[in-house]
Ligand binder design. Sequence first.
Ligand code: 4NP
Length: 161
Amino acid sequence: MPEDPLVTTRILFVCLGNICRSPTAEGVFRALSGDADVEVDSAGTSNWHVGGPPDKRATEEAARRGVDLSGLRARQAVPEDFERFDLIVAMDHSNAAKLETIRPSDNSTPVALFLSYRSEPGPVEVPDPYYEDNFPEVFDMLEEASRGLLSRIRNGQELAQ
Ligand code: 4NP
């Protein structure tokens, strides 16, 4: 029997500005993904920081943990993202609701809350470190959720929670 061909899983991480939470999620997830066949990107629901680099505090916290965010640039989520990605991962309920307003009418790509993939029960919204300045705590949350989502992919489980 021929083996199943490897199928690339495409994941988009989304927050409000695409300069704190989602670029960190993108960088952490990519760093942890190892030999998993995944493609990742991130975007914001706003256009406030389009073209700009991640927040310096996010870049510095990631660098302390061995994750390089320096090449990332912010962009705004667009309807075509629902066609390009297998899973869209929102950082909070507000991001998820905003995404629904640009979903193409015939599209059923799942939108999931990232923290729902953590193995321990807890809050499902990533607090916004842009205002709260809690970058180390947010990094830990994003790393836990990345490990949970990666284990689902590696085990061939459903992507959506
Ligand atoms: P993010 O954080 O959504 O995690 O990138 C924010 C970044 C910028 C702003 C708000 C949140 N802002 O108001 O400019």
